[in-house]
Design a protein. Sequence first.
Lengths: 253, 60
Amino acid sequence: MSGTATYLYAITRPIPPKAVAGMRGVGGAEVRVIDHQEIACLVSTVDLSDFGEQALAAHLEDLNWLARTAREHDEVIRAAARITTTMPLRMATVCLDDAAAQARVETVAESAAAVLPELDDRDEWGVKMFAVGSSADAEQPPEEPATGTAYLLQRRRQLERRDTELETAAGAADAAFARLAEVAVASRHHRPQDQRLSGVPHPMVLNAAFLVDRDAEGTFRAVVAELAAGRPPQALVLTGPWPPYSFVPGEQP
Amino acid sequence: MTAVSRRATEPQAASLVDLLDRLLGVGVVLAGDVTISLAGVDLVTVHLRALVTSVREAEG
């Protein structure tokens, strides 16, 4: 397939075209602004040889491509978020051309105009909790069991201990989530990451996102610090500020 | 304190896994194969082994 298409990054409050001068998007293409009344949409031109339906499906299985595209997408959205309130669109939202993109923006204008005020002057923060020091970390038996029965007993005790610890960790994660949610405008869970992906040698028990007023960032950080106090250094990880990826409605253009 | 960092404010510093959690919506997190869906349409299933390798390479 040949030809080009229009890639949509985000719906924002109005942005003057000169504010995006020099901004580069997916594949290094120039970022442009499509306006519609009180909203704007950041777009760039992409090749259908990359973003046609079949090409896209093939590319998504190429994790190097996925990683690069995710970074390029993210950079535009972060740049937009530094300029004004930004509602990120799903990665790889593509229209046939600018006219189709314009029509899409007009279709969602009303709902976007309702969402943007929810995002004004707010950032997303990520909090991950790990069950550091649980026996799930390293499963070496303390001593060589003498018999098969002794081994089985020891193994059962080990698994029981691990279950109890994970239960305790899950309870602590729930409590931490509730405490953080109190100082956030909105909050939601992501699924805990697999240990092999997180790169942390402890089970992840909480992977949450919080939408926080910029004015309340200090308060939010103080609660994070309070929760981190008395825990091992790796047990609680704060990331952010993020664009409000986790707080845009599921229904998107 | 290392636990409370601002790493994600620096370009490229956000962990790729954390980013994909957010961009792909479904999370890249299951202890098995991962189905990537965009706009609610399941597109491809990525095998976790390939994903782990790629994420490590991309971060390294």
